[in-house]
Structure formats: C-alpha cells, structure tokens
Design a protein around this ligand. Structure first.
Ligand code: SF4
Ligand code: SF4
Length: 336
C-alpha cells in the first residue's frame, strides 16, 4: 500500500525530511557535460522533487552520494590530528541495479578485512529510496547480470502518468515523516524491467591463460587511460591519498582520500620506481576480469551490475559489452 503525492504535498514531505537528512538524487547539471552545451546528470543534494531526473539514466552513479569523490578523513597540525565531525544522515534515491551495487560496496568496505570507518559511519545512517524503472536505458544489461530487481530498500517510488509520485514506505522511521500530510492511498506495482535491448553473455570458464590472450591487445592502442570508465562505475571502490598543506602554516593541513582509477598512469606505482600494468591493454584486462571473474571467485557473485555507464562514457568508444562477448566466445557463458 502506498500513496499518491502531488507537488504541494511533496514539498511538505521534503521539508520534513531535510530536518534530519541530506536528500540526494540524480539531477541535471546544465552545461556541465563533456561537450559544449551539453548537460550531465549526476547525484547532488536536492531542495525540490522537481530537480530529480526521472526519465534518464544518470551519467554518474549514486556512489558519490555515499562515498565522496574527495573526502577529508583527518586534519593535522604539528602535534595533533582530528577526525572531521560526523556527517548528516543521507537519504538517497536510486535504481535497482544501484541497490545491487550497494551490496558490492558493502562487501568491499565492510566485509573484506577490517571495516572502513569512514564508509561505515555514512552507510549505517543512510536510507535508500528505490526509483522504479518503467523502461530500460541505452546500454543497460541489468537483466543479464540479475540486478534488475531488489527488495532491499526503505521506500519505493515512481512517477505516475498523471504526474504524481507513487510512494510507499517499508521503513517505519522514514514513514513517520509523512505524519499529518493528507495524500490519497493507492496500490501500484513496483516497476522493474524484465528485458533489456542489450543481452550480454556473462563469461564463464575462462582459461587459466586468459591474461595472456590476444583479446587485450587492441585496447593497448585505443584506450587513452582517462579513467572515466572507473569514475562512472557504481562498483569501483579504489581511492588514493592526498595530503594538503595549508599556505599559512605548512605543518598543518588535511589528509583526503580521493577516487582513483586502475586505468590511469601512476595507479600501480610503488616505492623504488616499480610500476605494474604500464600497458593500457593490461589495465583493461585487470578491470574487466575484476568485474566478471576475480571478484566472483572471492565473493561468489559478479561485481558488475550491468548499468552500462562505462559503455556510455568512453571517449574512445571502447565497448565493455563487446569485450564480454569476446570473452564469452573464448570460455563460454553462464547462459550456455
Ligand atoms: S563495469 Fe560498467 S556496466 Fe559494470 S557496473 Fe561498472 S560501469 Fe556498470
Ligand atoms: S573510459 Fe575508455 S579510454 Fe578512458 S580509461 Fe576507460 S576504456 Fe580507456
């Protein structure tokens, strides 16, 4: 059972929620696109439900609402350090594939050795609102990756044909923010896609010598190592550290962790001038096999959720989906 919310009622609800939450959703950043006069759809804090982009896939995933691109993890002076104050709880609107991606982030940051303090303190207070998918978008292959559905959400919503928002709550704490707001009751089905235009064979039984395959060679010349495929991916979790020293006191500053990319120069640099995977083909191999091979060996399910963003964003038109097709021809696939 849910309710139909008109714009006026949603304004009241959002004001109630904002007292205790920063509300994040996909919004349009005008003129911020890669090419002139183009926009970007990415996550940001909203002050009105009108800001939410409902009818397109965001270029960047929900990940930056939970795991900031640049996050100060401590301040330091000559003889002391201080961890920044806790952040306000977050309420995040996201789609089914992304809630499945959240499981991957949890397993990396919370269940893969010691828990990550900074991730945990945001994650454990965050709430998630599933946005129903009435359609599949360009390059989505969530059905192939079995990530088109989820039951792990605190509330669910979709836009109705009449322009209202159908909203139902499964979390009672979140539902309490609706008290006193008069909205009609309704019962509507949760919207999931059941097929995508892209049907992608998930590679299986790859031979032990796949790392040496010719398949990686073409990427050596084509990939420019920009790292965009990593930055849009909801399941990439690598970061690097930066120490910032203040100009007025060079012994004081802050340590930040910043997203990193396995495709970019310097990622594998080590003390002594050693660097692994200098060749872009080797970097592509590392990324792709991590998404659909090595991660599964460790956690029992694939890392990739089939959102297709890496496919959409590559400036060199390198197709990750085509790469999965090629790998499936070498080793077979899970649908065989
Ligand atoms: S590897 Fe590509 S398709 Fe898979 S989750 Fe990451 S961005 Fe999406
Ligand atoms: S987005 Fe394309 S060119 Fe850039 S690092 Fe990824 S595969 Fe290479």
């Amino acid at each position: 059972m849910g309710n139909l919310w008109n714009r006026k009622a949603l304004d009241v609800l959002l004001e109630n929620l904002k007292k205790d939450y920063d509300v994040y959703a996909p919004k349009r950043w005008r003129g911020d696109g890669c090419y002139s006069d183009t926009d970007t759809i990415r996550y940001g804090r909203i002050d009105s439900f009108d800001e939410i982009v409902w009818n397109a896939k965001s270029d960047y995933s929900f990940k930056e609402a939970l795991l900031p691109i640049s996050d100060t993890i401590l301040y330091f002076t000559e003889n002391a350090t201080q961890i920044p104050d806790d952040k306000k709880p977050r309420l995040i609107f996201l789609r089914a594939c992304e809630i499945n991606a959240l499981k991957r982030l949890d397993d990396i940051y919370l269940n893969n050795g010691p828990e990550d303090y900074y991730y945990k303190r945001i994650r454990e207070k965050a709430k998630f609102v599933l946005i129903g998918c009435s359609q599949s978008f360009d390059s989505c292959f969530c059905v192939s990756m079995n990530t088109n559905r989820t039951e792990n959400f605190d509330a669910y919503c979709h836009r109705t044909k009449e322009g209202d928002l159908y909203l139902e709550f499964s979390d009672s704490a979140l539902a309490s923010y609706t008290e006193g707001i008069q909205v009609p009751e309704a019962v509507q089905e949760i919207q999931y896609v059941t097929e995508n235009e892209e049907v992608v064979p998930v590679p299986e039984n790859l031979p032990a010598d796949i790392a040496g395959s010719q398949v990686w060679k073409e990427y050596a010349g084509r990939c420019i190592g920009c790292g965009r495929c990593n930055f849009v991916c909801p399941t990439c979790t690598c970061f690097t550290m930066q120490d910032i020293f203040y100009k007025d006191n060079e012994n004081a500053g802050e340590r930040r962790r910043v997203w990193a990319s396995c495709q970019v120069d310097g990622y594998t640099d080590m003390a002594g001038g050693i660097s692994f995977r200098k060749d872009q083909g080797e970097r592509m191999r590392f990324k792709v096999l991590h998404k659909v091979y090595n991660y599964k060996n460790r956690f029992g399910y694939h890392m990739c959720v089939g959102c297709g963003r890496c496919e959409n964003v590559c400036p060199e038109y390198i197709s990750y989906i085509e790469c999965l097709h090629k790998l499936s021809k070498i080793g077979g696939n899970e649908n065989d």
